[in-house]
Design a protein around this ligand. Structure first.
Ligand code: SAM
Length: 402
């Protein structure tokens, strides 16, 4: 058996207990329904219309279960196809779906390079392409079953935030690559405990999967195949598959202007860069980007798929209660978003606070402007910084998905 498949048979990833479905839904990016709507369908898809999705390399089912549950809650007549190499992972995904009473799913065991027939409105491929022998061929195969009006949510590993992972993977492969998976995990734990403090993996504060579970440790440090992508490499691979980058979910984390002196010398140099060059520079300066989470669409519509702030657009905050955010903006004129050691400060006019407070209950931007007594021009003068700041960190979307 291919060592990568053997790994995910021995350690289905991520480690999940179907009994936990009774107490929580695992949510995240990509594939939250409001994100799919915002990034791929202009924030205005009619979710009463049928929707067909493929979850490629679905593992133990996090993306699958989130998507199926949210589509059900939205009343969408949906069909979801799950595909994974690992039968052990599939059994857990099936048990999680059964525990929730979810239906409308087809479970397949196989290679995503040979996907089931399309067209699919949406393809989820989270944490998988970097494990393929030929990631470009895998992405092209998935692009081939995507509807021209559809899109894809992906996650691939990024090198700089994973500093220290790859030398340790190589060291562990040399030491115990031939041992059975469970023995490898036990030996790796002993080795980790004895490593010198100078080891770059130990010095990297951005990684914790190895502490969460045996499956996490195996996935991170004993992986049979794992190669990271800088953002430029990811976009080149998408381009070769006929796909364009709609957006990263957190482009603000890649903004070099946030990491360089705000002086004419740097502003002039940054102004010479194109959008992708800016992202690439930001990734190299930031150092903490461990993965790229992105939405892709067929190249012809990648530039127009994402929602825009129009009078009809319905804003939705992600993980930030409107009332508390409005109070902070009124008091400080800024929003602070933290990732570990970094806090990104977004300057927002205090006068935008009453607009933020009105987000919710399906109110559109036009309705919020009207209630505040502002014409569209006056409204956008205040809303523009809120929009740019919060969408930069995946905290604001436009969608009617609750
Ligand atoms: C790191 S896990 C990610 C699981 C899931 N997508 C998630 O984000 O929770 C990678 C999964 O991809 C699967 N996989 C790897 N290569 C594959 C391939 N060529 N075709 C289908 N599945 C594959 C593995 O079996 C494993 O379940």
């Amino acid at each position: 058996m291919d060592p990568l498949r053997a790994q995910y048979e021995a350690f289905p990833y991520p480690e999940r207990d179907p009994a936990d479905e009774a107490r929580r839904l695992v949510v995240g990016s990509p594939s939250a329904l409001f994100e799919i709507d915002h990034y791929l369908f202009g924030g205005r898809r009619d979710w009463r219309r049928p929707f067909r999705a493929l979850v490629a390399g679905g593992g133990t089912g996090d993306g699958l279960i989130q998507l199926a549950q949210q589509l059900k809650d939205a009343g969408c007549p949906a069909e979801i196809v799950y595909l994974d190499l690992s039968q052990a992972a599939r059994r857990i995904a099936e048990a999680r779906a059964a525990a929730r009473g979810l239906s409308g799913m087809t479970f397949l065991t196989g290679d995503l390079c040979d996907p089931p027939p399309g067209p699919f409105d949406y393809v989820d491929c989270c944490g998988v392409l970097h494990h393929l022998p030929d990631p470009a061929a895998g992405l092209a195969a998935l692009a081939g079953v995507l509807s021209p009006g559809g899109g894809m949510g992906i996650m691939v590993y990024a090198p700089h935030g994973r500093t220290g992972v790859y030398p340790l993977q190589q060291a562990f492969a040399a030491l115990m690559g031939e041992d059975p998976p469970a023995e490898r995990v036990a030996l790796a734990r002993q080795a980790l405990a004895a490593l010198p403090p100078t080891n770059w993996f130990l010095r990297n504060p951005h990684l914790s999967d190895h502490q969460a579970s045996d499956a996490g440790l195996h996935d991170l440090l004993l992986n049979a195949r794992d190669r990271p992508f800088e953002i430029g490499e990811l976009v080149a691979m998408a381009d070769a598959a006929g796909l364009g980058l709609v957006s990263l979910t957190e482009p603000g984390r890649y903004d070099p202007a946030r990491m360089l002196p705000d002086t004419p010398a740097f502003r002039e140099r940054l102004a010479r860069l194109g959008p992708l060059e800016r992202l690439a520079l930001g990734e190299r300066l930031a150092g903490d980007i461990r993965m790229h989470v992105a939405y892709l669409a067929p190249a012809a519509r990648a530039g127009t798929a994402m929602a825009r702030p129009t009078p009809q657009a319905v804003p939705r905050l992600n993980g930030l209660p409107a009332a508390a955010l409005a109070r902070t903006v009124a008091a400080r004129g800024e929003i602070a978003i933290s990732y570990g050691e970094i806090t990104h400060r977004i300057a927002v006019p205090a006068a935008a606070a009453p607009l933020i407070a009105r987000i919710g209950a399906g109110r559109s931007l036009g309705a919020i402007a009207g209630a505040a007594g502002l014409d569209w021009f006056g409204f956008m003068a205040l809303w523009g910084p809120v929009h740019r700041g919060l969408t930069g960190f995946n905290r604001l979307h436009y969608t009617t998905v609750p």
